[in-house]
Design a protein around this ligand. Sequence first.
Ligand code: UTP
Length: 467
Amino acid sequence: MTPVGSALEDVTTLRDRYAGAGQEHVFRFWDRLDGPSRERLAAQAARLDLAALDAARTGLEASEAPPERLEPAPVERLPERGGDATLRARARACGEDWIARGAVAPVVLAGGQGTRLGFPGPKGAYPLGPLSERSLFEILAQKVRGARRRHGAALPWCVMTSEPTDAAVRRFFERQAFFGLPPEDVLFFEQASTPALGRDGRLLLEAPDRIASCPGGHGGVIPALVESGVLDALEARGVRFLTTFQVDNPLVRVVDPVFVGLHALRGAELSCKALAKGAPGERAGTLALRDGGLRVIEYTEIHPEHRDARDADGELRFWAASIGMHVLGVGFVRRVAARAAEILPFHLALKTIPCLAEDGSPMQPAEPNGYKLERFVFDALAAAGTTACLEVRREEEYSPVKRPEGPESPATARRDLLACYRRWLAAAGRPGSGDFELDHAWIDGPEDAREFVPPTDETGTATGVTA
Ligand code: UTP
């Protein structure tokens, strides 16, 4: 949360501010705390923006709203769904040009706690490779290396961490020698944490000297890029565009020339990728126009009337799901960061949050007992003058790892990754047999397969492919 006070703020004034905001209970163990613990609590409390907290709490009182006025989002559709293949080709050429000039930086959002997956470590360290057990970070790093090779540019890779993931992520990269990337081309930065609220809107304590807090949502990337100085460093290196993506999707195109090019051709400030929903109730945000502006409506917030609406052909009217991949202009990031409190409101997510009971004993609740406060990148759409939206193919670009089993699990991501490998080799006329993996630093699509995979040998096995 934005620092608004100083750790040295007089404790009486600080407590008065908290009392005024109905949060005095945060200091209820004050008399038992020793000097360093008091300092810790006072410093944390002084940094919290109580006004932003209050604005978020009003969400607790929101009533059932009538359906808002939405129109389908204008999306550049895939050629097989009526999209313009010539425009895509122009966008690709334009994007390739910007990327080759070193004007694009990939940014991975790795600040989440991955609670649903339950992996003991940062999610990016999850051993996803179907045979090799390469981690998600290694797969992404290979893709970054591939993009550097393909476009002949340094493409500094920005890695956003958070308080709970920062040390472990940095250690992981160091132990793996930065996956073969020059360490000076990997830029870590940490997003801010936000406090957790009980169901009654009061702050929760996780220890007598600590307010419970969590990473503040992927939207924290915008202020964090500026506050960490990473944006300055990128600009000094000539970067004009950032492409942001989630840490848990091994199919992601970390730097996609068509996406960057469409963003640049349209003169957009913020661009999104879209997928056709598999079902109306898919747990993904919906891209739609609200009052003429592109927005993402969360699956928890879309009215059933819109969610289930179909056109005359029986197709979903609001078919476009957002998959957390964006292109942002550097100037736009700076502008939004300067007005983050207004442009990126905190959303409340009901969660199970370990905390202290009234008497100070630790509690591990069985049921959701409070709210995490999260900012979302896509809220910045409201501040963007021009936007662009590109439809992509699910089987080529999106298969995230969210939970241990079932849909969106390691098993489905591995299956989809292997299916990509087979398709790429087959499209290149070099079908592979048996189980194999590809090194994304060399082969990240059919064009690479054509260039780097030797023709199949007499047994039909593609030679030169990592098995
Ligand atoms: P998710 O919303 O899927 O969250 O994040 P998660 O942390 O991975 O998993 P759960 O919900 O706790 O099970 C989507 C992407 O946004 C990043 C995540 O790391 C992931 O890449 N993220 C999320 C952040 O960078 N910071 C956050 O505060 C939250």
